[in-house]
Design a protein around this ligand. Structure first.
Ligand SMILES: [Zn+2]
Length: 224
């Protein structure tokens, strides 16, 4: 079972800067100085030169180091802050406001880009990295998230176990400098995990049903 995971929220956050910006959204200052990885001896994977036990999860997977500067610079929509995503996903918190996600007899509430034509029964068996949502945030007009505008589906999910990670896959390179290959989804456990730098935690959706918008309201035209 995945250990509960908490992040350090002691850094001050400007409420005016972050108002209406989703909790998980990364800010430009947080992405400005990524920590490069090195290649371990004997081709056994990637690491940080000054690695600490906090850099890896209970499966031994190396996680992207995320600088905390929420509200500084500009929000980078479409990119989530790795540590806040992991915190929200591990603890089933709302991706917008970080309150507990809504849950009823039909399951936990999720708001996803509507891909119901992808396969029969979608989104069952999907592995998602978008954390769930609370009812008040699911009712907000979607103008703040371009990816979901006009294409959102409200979902109830009965079971959503943690299944793995989304991250960047590396390969051995010259002079012990690993080569970045591509983003991948990797299940726990997997042989490629030692060469993957985790960005986001994944949950697999099971017992999912599409809800025809009982919580979702349409904002008056004048307010858009
Ligand atoms: Zn919320």
């Amino acid at each position: 079972m995945m250990a509960r995971f908490y992040i350090d929220e002691r850094l001050p956050v400007s409420s005016t800067a972050t108002e209406h910006i989703p909790y998980v959204t990364a800010w430009s200052e947080e992405l400005a100085h990524p920590t490069p990885v090195i290649q371990l001896a004997y081709g056994s994977g990637i690491a940080y030169p000054n690695e600490t036990p906090d850099d890896r999860d209970p499966h031994g997977v190396l996680w992207k180091r995320a600088h905390h500067a929420r509200g500084q610079g500009k929000p980078v929509f479409g990119t989530m802050h790795s540590t806040r995503q992991r915190h929200a996903m591990a603890n089933l918190l709302c991706q917008i406001c970080a309150a507990p996600a809504d849950q009823d007899d039909d399951g936990i509430l999720w708001l996803l880009q509507d891909n119901r034509t992808d396969w029969p029964g979608w989104p069952n068996q999907a592995a998602v990295y978008e954390p769930p949502i609370c009812a008040p945030c699911a009712a907000l007009p979607p103008r703040l998230c371009p990816a979901l505008r006009n294409r959102a589906a409200v979902i109830r999910v009965r079971s959503a176990p943690i299944t793995g990670i989304r991250g960047g896959l590396f390969a051995p390179g010259p002079d012990r400098t690993p080569r970045a290959l591509r983003p991948v989804h990797r299940p726990y456990p997997d042989s490629d995990l030692s060469w993957t730098l985790a960005y986001y935690l994944l949950r697999g959706l099971q017992g999912a049903t599409i809800v025809e918008s009982p919580h979702r309201t349409t904002a008056p035209a004048a307010a858009r």
